[in-house]
Design a protein around this ligand. Structure first.
Ligand code: NAD
Length: 356
């Protein structure tokens, strides 16, 4: 069986880290006898320079014809003055919309050997932290009706948080399915004590929970969830929430891990199709220096194998290889402690490939 992967290298450090992620995937393919077919699809600032659009139709077609998309990062100061619809980020919005990517999945993992990077106390983190936040990506207040009006007290503005039962059910189902693949624990986060959209969210999640009796289901208000994430993050396995709450909580969770160069993410649509990318940006300050941490991109590749292709052993193998390389003391500059020797992007990936 062939697995077709669209590859968007993007801008800044994007090409450097994605080249390494592809090499790691190729090593896993050899080890497990898999057939991964990579097709490059230009997008972002480089595509704007070359084709006058951040996402040429041909690139979109390649993505649509693939089983999954692996993306580095797009953007950079060079394109800050480009028209809004031509800016590199427009490629991301177009991809999310055209590919109907409504579920954003962000793991927050702390590796035992990188515990020092975590800003929380040792007794809070224990040996390891491993949780996932799944966020609704195409609805809620970011997409609801908004505007400015003249009010009695002067100019006023409003945004609307709108959710249909259909939207809640489809993200809820993804979350329960994800929990089944992990520790079978799901916490739904809302603000049902105040918001009507949250009351519908809670009702819908609650009835969905009856379909997944094996999953230990719980609910939290978002303010409490924000506190619990720093007080006792190990209580969580999978958290599901709406768009804006997820935006904030997933950034809070990534800060707990302390290293932006380590965290992958997935945006998924119907079925098993997904777009996989590091949570970090194109890091223009270090682009071209060969020092970017390739681990977030490599782990994005592992997530793709796990969630889009169902290749659990292959995904485990890559994740374990990353763990082993870190345990052996190999570091890129962003995660090296003071005085620790650091490796370049290519060398670090090499240490991971050695352990595949
Ligand atoms: P950034 O994530 O690119 O960088 C923030 C800091 O983290 C920088 O100091 C950078 O050097 C460091 N960093 C990031 N990734 C790293 C890695 N893999 N290894 C080592 N260090 C790393 O965020 P920013 O500087 O705010 O944004 C830069 C550009 O990226 C902007 O144009 C922004 O719009 C874009 N961006 C794109 C995406 C995306 O493509 N999904 C996401 C976020 C930002």
């Amino acid at each position: 069986m062939k697995y077709n992967i669209a590859v968007i290298k993007g801008d800044g450090i994007g090409p450097e880290i994605i080249d390494e992620a592809v090499s790691v995937l190729r090593s896993a393919a050899i080890k497990f006898g898999r057939d991964f077919v990579f097709r490059e699809a230009p997008a972002g600032g480089n595509a704007y320079d070359a084709y006058g659009t951040p996402i040429p139709k041909e690139s979109m077609d390649i993505c649509k014809a693939s089983d999954a998309v692996l993306l580095g990062a797009v953007g950079g100061p060079k394109w800050n003055k480009a028209p809004v619809d031509k800016r590199p980020e427009a490629a991301l919005f177009a991809l999310r919309k055209e590919l109907n990517l409504y579920a954003n999945i962000r793991p927050a993992v702390i590796y035992p050997s990188l515990k020092k990077a975590c800003p929380l106390k040792d007794e809070i983190i224990g040996d390891k932290l491993d949780l996932v936040i799944i966020r609704e990506l195409t609805g809620g207040i970011y997409f609801g009706k908004r505007g400015r009006v003249a009010a009695a007290a002067g100019e006023a503005a409003y945004d609307t948080m709108f959710y249909s039962r259909f939207e809640i059910e489809r993200i809820g189902r993804k979350a329960f399915e994800l929990a089944m693949l992990r520790g079978k624990k799901l916490c739904s986060v809302d603000k049902a004590n105040v918001l009507e959209s949250s009351r519908l969210w809670r009702e819908t999640m609650h009835s969905l929970s009856q379909e997944f009796p094996e999953v230990l289901y719980s609910e939290l208000y978002v303010d409490n969830a924000a506190m619990q994430l720093v007080k006792n993050p190990r209580q969580f396995d999978v958290i599901v929430t709406e768009n804006m709450f997820g935006d904030i909580l997933s950034d809070e969770a990534s800060m707990i891990t302390g290293s932006i160069g380590m965290l992958p993410s997935a945006s998924m649509g119907e079925g098993s199709f997904g777009l996989y990318e590091p949570i970090h940006g194109s890091a223009p300050d270090i682009a071209g220096k060969g020092i970017a941490n390739p681990i977030a991109a490599i782990l994005s590749g592992a997530m793709m194998l796990r969630y889009s292709f169902g290749l659990k052993d292959e995904a485990d193998c890559i994740e374990n290889a990353v763990s082993k390389a870190l345990d052996s003391g190999f570091r890129t500059t962003d995660i090296a402690a003071e005085g620790e020797k650091s490796l370049g992007t290519h060398e670090m990936a090499g240490k991971i490939i050695d352990r595949i």
